[in-house]
Design a protein around this ligand. Sequence first.
Ligand SMILES: Nc1ncnc2c1ncn2[C@@H]1O[C@H](COP(=O)(O)OP(=O)(O)OP(=O)(O)O)[C@@H](O)[C@H]1O
Length: 883
Amino acid sequence: MADDGLQLNFAAPTGDSSSSFSGPNVKGSWKKKRIVTKIAKHKALKFGSSSSDRQSSGASAAKPTAYGDIKRDNRKIDVLSASSTATATASANSSTASDHVKVTNPANKLQKSPFNKQPSSLQRDPSAPRAGPPPKPKTFVTSLFSGNDSTATPTTPVHVADVKQSSNAVPTSTSDTTTFAGLGLNPLLISHLTLKMGVSVPTRIQQATLAALVSESAGRVWWWWWGHREWNGRHTDCMVQAQTGSGKTLAYLLPIVHRLIQAERELAVDDRPLLNRTLGTLAIVLAPTRELAKQINTVLEQLLMYSRGTGPRAASESKKDEDEDDNDDDEEEEKPAATTSSTPKISKHWIVPGLVVGGDKKKSEKARLRKGCTILVSTPGRLIDHLKTTQSFELGNLRWLVLDEADRFLELGFEETLRELLSIIDAKRKRILLTSATIKGNVQRLAETSLKNPLFIKAADDEEEAEKKADGFDLAKKASKGKDFILKKDAKEGKDEEDEGDDFWEEQQKRIAERGDEVVDDYDEPDEDDEDAMDVSKPSNDDDAEEMFTVPEQLKQTYVLAPAKLRLVSLVAVLRKIALKEKPFKAILFTDTCDSKPDEPAKPSLAPTPADTLPPEGLESPLFPHTRIYKLHGNLSQKSRDVAYKGFKTSPSSVLICTDVAARGLDLPDIGHVVQYDMPSDVKDYVHRVGRTARVGREGEAVSLLLPSEAGYIELLGRRGVKVGVQDGMELLKSLVGAEWKKGKGKKKGVEDWATDVQMMFERFVLADEKNLELARNAFRSHVRAYTTHTAAEKRIFNIKNLHLGHVAKSFALRDAPGLSMGAASSTNTKKGQQHGEKKKAVPNLKKRAYQLQSTSASASEFGDGGVQKLVGGTRKKVRVLY
Ligand SMILES: Nc1ncnc2c1ncn2[C@@H]1O[C@H](COP(=O)(O)OP(=O)(O)OP(=O)(O)O)[C@@H](O)[C@H]1O
């Protein structure tokens, strides 16, 4: 091991943490002691020093544990079969459980974690020579496996989640009413979808939206086009909800394109179409992130190739326009689109896609808008910008507005912006669609106040319901918590259950009127005197807290309870395990924040190079052979974002370290794994994050790393319909064996040694350079800051007062917790908000939550016994701001 002034010690800190620091120079005997300790530990690990050994050596309180006996059988993930009454040990012995995930209730039984080793002196081989008290080492001594939080090791399984059939897959059984043709989709589109896009059967949500928005008699197109708002009975607007990866993008694009084609045909006079791009923008699709907007635009471009075959004019229109528009040449004549003989012909193509997103050149966007973009995909900030500054942006004929990931807009503080936008186009609009896998109360509120008599369209969750749908277009009509209104068969004939629906909306209106303006307090510290509020097993009072979610059933979700000191090595272990098992593989690694400075990685790089050299084009780390690691977060330049995203997509084996900027909508079919190093600040984001894998019926796995103190999160997820099984933490660490940056570093003796070595590699890497150190410190601060931003429902679990900052520092490869300045990020966020034209009041009130903590290396060291409590002296208000 390179001499970095640091030695390892598996002895746990005693009550007096300072004893771990300085002492007389007894180097020789210390080394000897360490060797002896290691031998004893190695023996214990290798030859079955299990609970009984530990009990006899002072660990008598430790019970057999659900995860963690190192000598246990070699199952990869601890995917356990369990009944509600089986004990964890029984579960562990089940051998046929590989298809099951054991879901435990962490709040049930708590016991010691194997992560939390007894002092190594207690494990010493009694025959080992030892004279007198152990000498105190001169150097800084640390152990990953002692002094860990062992408060919440789950043991009692409460639910077995059988892996069912894929729930977001394309249905296998079809009938007339569940095919594109049966649903009345334009034949041009059907043949294009089948021949060119590999889409031959609609997914359930596509069936539902097509049934609602397409199955109209052709004659109605006239009425629709010329301004009859309520052409489909009474419903003009829709909310569309379906699981992640269930095909929502085509679910809303297909009806739009279909309608435009129909309108073109209906309105042609003597084969001369009346419609052309000079009508301006007829449909706008808004996406919360640039990557998602680009992805939607790509799908749209592919779809609009329907009429071209070999002459994809519209698809290349954007690119061509960009080039032309850069020269500001807007004199271009419309040219007829080429068609192939294999697809039905239309005389001229006029549906032109357009993309305007932040980070792109505004000048060329303006020129494109001036020429006319029939369907425009945009991010909200840039759209507002054009609405305000681009005079030639024609919206007089706008017929559709789609908010993809609608709830995300509201979270980002765009509610006012959206209302502004809706009010601008309200007089002209014909249809607004809100879509998401998670439609929260805030979206419903927006719908209540801004949508006209909306339909709630939800995909059937199971085959049975899908079958029902085949019989009669079930459309969940209106949403209320836990209550859907299903349109019966006769809805198709124009008889829906509108009375019931109207009552619902009237009630909602009343509720809003009674409630008055809501004051949102965005840092609601849980009241510790309120027992209910602090009890994780009880539902929160949060208005949205008990919303139920569904995730794809074929998605295997597990969690690992890793004490803070072991979080970093556990993360490496998770990724190594994937890398060793699957070649090639793609994984997304979510972290909670990016650093506040541009172009710095969200976390210390997973490669042994200076942290800020994790470049857009990625790096390979010897820890994960043949795997390229990329980073993506909102503070990167657009160019870096594009390069990183493209690199991640095209590399055979790759990991994308990212923030929630990649949580929504991104569709990469080959992502097999999602890893969460930090939990998102809202359960619904958990659903979106894990939804990056297991798309359209494919397999996928999601692993979350939780602190023992956060174990209540699993119960909370369970209450919201998301069942997560447990993984064996110590078992997982076995994949660290062989992990090193340089070969030949001496014989490793056990998993703990490997884990410690990996941790040391990171720490040395961070210590090697002041810049790395600062990056790691920033990441630590960002993390602690982000920890305070959980929703009210989760603050009981993610309570900053539970954190041991010294241990948390370890998870950032720091040896001591740096000082915290909680207000530091507000400026970044504020800037961001302003950049998006956000009103001041919509900016999260960071000032309120930005209490400042002062730490010293002694009090916040991993050896200190204090977490935040010590630093804040019990309550936040008493904190002194020292710098
Ligand atoms: N009918 C279909 N048959 C086969 N594949 C489909 C079908 N419809 C969509 N897909 C594919 O499914 C994938 C996921 O689609 P999409 O991104 O629209 O899902 P989503 O529901 O919007 O997911 P998220 O909620 O995560 O944004 C895409 O790769 C798309 O090409």
